[in-house]
Design a protein around this ligand. Sequence first.
Ligand code: GDP
Ligand code: MG
Length: 177
Amino acid sequence: ADTFDEECDYLFKAVLIGDSGVGKSNLLSRFAKDEFRLDSKPTIGVEFAYRNIKVGDKLIKAQIWDTAGQERFRAITSSYYRGASGAVLVYDITMRSSYENVRKWLLELREFGGEEMVVVLVGNKCDLDQSREVEKEEGKGYAETEGLCFMETSALKNLNVEEVFLQMITRIYHITR
Ligand code: GDP
Ligand code: MG
């Protein structure tokens, strides 16, 4: 039996959103299990992963939800967002359309998510710089105007993945305590 729930000081829920194929599931498996998949395997039903993080002397259990491919049909329901304190909104730096859809994801997030949600905008696949369609400054500038955190990542090369989740969790902790 898992006795950790009794020992942890905080439990936070966060969600992953963004277009299909941008790398959400790989970012999560990298963060939670240090694994990467070359094939994209949409799962059935909502999946989530846990990771325990220490912030100061507090133990935080982060529960991170991943879409199960419903984003393909724009069929994510409000229950996915319910109770979430944070969101990682992902686009693919090599796919301009996924960046253009960030606005729509943000609208949905603001409709279904809480007011105080911590949002990190993530430009993933930064290892594919030769195929880049979105400049880093562009993503960063947009994040600033919308009041979001921003980072470019590579789930493949394991660049900045840990930093994205840790930054989000630390911010949530400082806001909610
Ligand atoms: P999701 O639909 O957003 O969950 O995306 P997936 O995690 O399933 O990834 C979609 C495809 O992109 C898969 O073929 C992954 O191997 C690939 N991929 C994910 N992250 C990266 C990355 O950082 N760099 C590269 N080059 N490929 C990636
Ligand atoms: Mg996925």
